[in-house]
Design a protein around this ligand. Sequence first.
Ligand code: ADP
Length: 635
Amino acid sequence: MTTQRKPFKTEVQQLLDLVIHSLYSNRDIFLRELLSNASDAIDRLKFEALSAPDLLATDPHPKITLVPDKAARTLTIRDNGIGMNAAEVEANIGTIASSGTRRFLAELKERKGSSLPELIGQFGVGFYSAFMVADRVVLHTRRADAEAAAGVRWESDGSGEYTLEEAPKAERGTEIVLHLKEDMAEYLEEWKLRKIIKTYSDFVEHPIVLTTPAEDGKSAPKEETVNSQKALWQRPKNEITAEEYAGFYRHLSHDFDEPLATLHWQVEGATTEFRALVFIPKSAAFDFLAPERRQHGLQLYVRRVFISDHCEELLPPWLRFLRGVVDSGDLPLNVSRELLQDNKQIRSIRNNLVKKVLDTLTEMKEKEREKYETFWKAFGPVLKEGMHLDAANREKLQELMLFGSAAKAEGALLSLAEYVAAMPEGQKAIYYASGESRKALENAPHLEAFRAANWDVLLLTDPVDDWVMQGLTEYAGKPLHSVTKGGAADLPPVKADAATDQPAASEDEMKPLLAFMKQHLGEQVKDIIASRRLTESACCLVADEHSMGAHMEKILRAMHKDAPPTRRILEINPAHPVIRAMAGLAARDGQGTLLGDYTDMLHDQALLTAGQPVNDLLQFTRRVSRLMADAAAKA
Ligand code: ADP
C-alpha cells in the first residue's frame, strides 16, 4: 500500500469544522476521550487473549503512556492494546455512522457551541475531539495479532483529507501524536496533565504513565503512574467520595451532569456472588429514544476482567436508562454470548438488580419526592413499559407511576394511591383520560361532569399509556375506567342545565328524540344515549367499555392506515338547551328535515371535538349555512 489520500465523509468534515472552529467551555475532555479509547483497546486485547494467550506473551503488562514534548510541542498517547489494521482505521477513524452524525449535527445547530463537549462525548466521536487542541494528528497503529510490517499510519490536519499508509510498527497497539496548536501548550505541563487524569480517568483500570524528561536532561526520563487504577466498584463504599462516583459515572455514560442516584452494593449469596455499581441518570441523553441507540445493559466484568460493554441480559429493557458495572465473582471467564443468554447466575444477578433498583426508587418516591419526580419526568415512560412486560413486578411498578390530573395544576404529579385517598364518597372507580396533550384532554367534553362532581381524572399523555393501562384494570380494589369509554354509571344523572338551571329533559321526553336520531344516523354510530358525563357541551362520542380508546385508535391508524374506525356511542346531554329543544321538536314532528340537520350537526360536532374529521365537509358547510340563513331570517 502506498500513501493514500482520502477525503473525509462530508459529515465528518462538518463535524471537524465545528470541533475546530467553535468555542468550548472545556477542552480538557479530549484527553479523557483518548485515554478512554486506549483503555478500551487494552480491555479488548485482554478479552481476545482469554482464548489466545499468545497475544500477551511478549508484552504482558498493559499500559497507557503519555509523553509531553515541549521542544516539539507534541503530546503523545500510546497504548499496548488491541490496535487496528488498515481497514479498521478507515472504518473507525475516517467515517462515522452517518445517521447518528446527521442528528448530532442537527442537535448542535439547535444548541449552539456551548454544549459541544458534552455532545461529543455522548456521541462517541471522541477521537475527533483531538482536533480541539491539535492542528495535526498522527495515528500509528498495529493490530496485536498482525506482523510488524502490517502497521498503519494515519494523518490529518482536520481540513478535508487524511492520508493512510503502511508503516511498520514493532510494538502492538496505538500511538497518537498530537501536534498542539500554538495556544494549547498548557497541555504539555505536567501539573495540567496530572490534574486532568485525576479528574476524569483516575479509575481507569490500567496504569496511565506520565513520562517526562529527567531534570538534568541526560538520565532516563521519569515515569510516574498517575491514576490510582482501583476499579471503583471494588472499593468499600465509605471510602469513595461523591466526586469519585460522579467521575466514574461520567466516564461510563459520557454524561456531563452528575448522576441522580448511585447504587453500590455487593451480594455474597449461596447461589451467586457479585458487586454492582449502578447509576440513575438525571436526564435522558437527547437521543435516548432513537431506535439505533437502543442498546442497553450494563458493563459486565468477571473478577475484574472486562467481558462486555452492553450486557443486555443483566437488565430488562424497561430499565435501559441505567448505567453501570456488574462484576461477577463466579461466572467463567470465557463466557460466551450463548451462555449469557441462559445462565442461572446472570438471571439471579438480574433479579437482584431489578429488586434493588425498584426498592431504591420506591424509597426515593417516599422520602425525596422532588428528586423522584425529576426521575419520573425523564424515565417514567420507559419504566412504565415494565407494567406490561413484567407481571412479577407489576405491584411495585404501579406504586411508582405518577400522573398529571385534571384537578391538579399542570406539572403536579399524583400516584394512584394518592388519587384513591382523595376520592370523594360515591366515586367507585379510578377515572383517566388519555390523549396527546394535557390541553386537549382538559378541553374534552367528557370531563365536564367529573369536574362538576369534584371527581378528579388522571390525564395520561405518554404514547405508551394506553398500552400500559391495558395491563392495569384494577388498583386497590377499584376498577380503572377511561372517561371516553363505557357508561360512567357511578356518576349522578344530569338534573339541570349548569348555565340556566333549566331541568333536564326526562327519560320519557328523550325517547322520541333518541329514536329519531338512531334511525337517522344508522350505522354511523353504535348507539345514542342520554349522557351523565356532560354538563356544558351538547354531545360527545365515547367508546364502549371493551373497545379501543380514541387515542389508541389514532395511534394504530397512523401505523395501519386502512384500519376501519371503531363505531362509537353518541352521548347527548339532556339538560342542554339544544337537546331540550330537539326533544320538543321530536315529540311534535318526528320526521322533519330540520331535526335531521340538527342530528347531523351534533354528530359532526362530536367528531370534531374528538379530533376526528367530519364525514362530509361539503355537506357540513351547507348545513351550517342553511341553519344560519334560517336563524338570520328570524332575527
Ligand atoms: P468511540 O470510542 O466512542 O467508539 P471514537 O471516535 O473515539 O469513538 O473511536 C472510534 C473507534 O476507533 C473506536 O470505537 C475504536 O474501534 C477505534 N479506536 C479509537 N482509538 C483506538 C485505540 N487507541 N486503539 C484501538 N482502537 C481505537
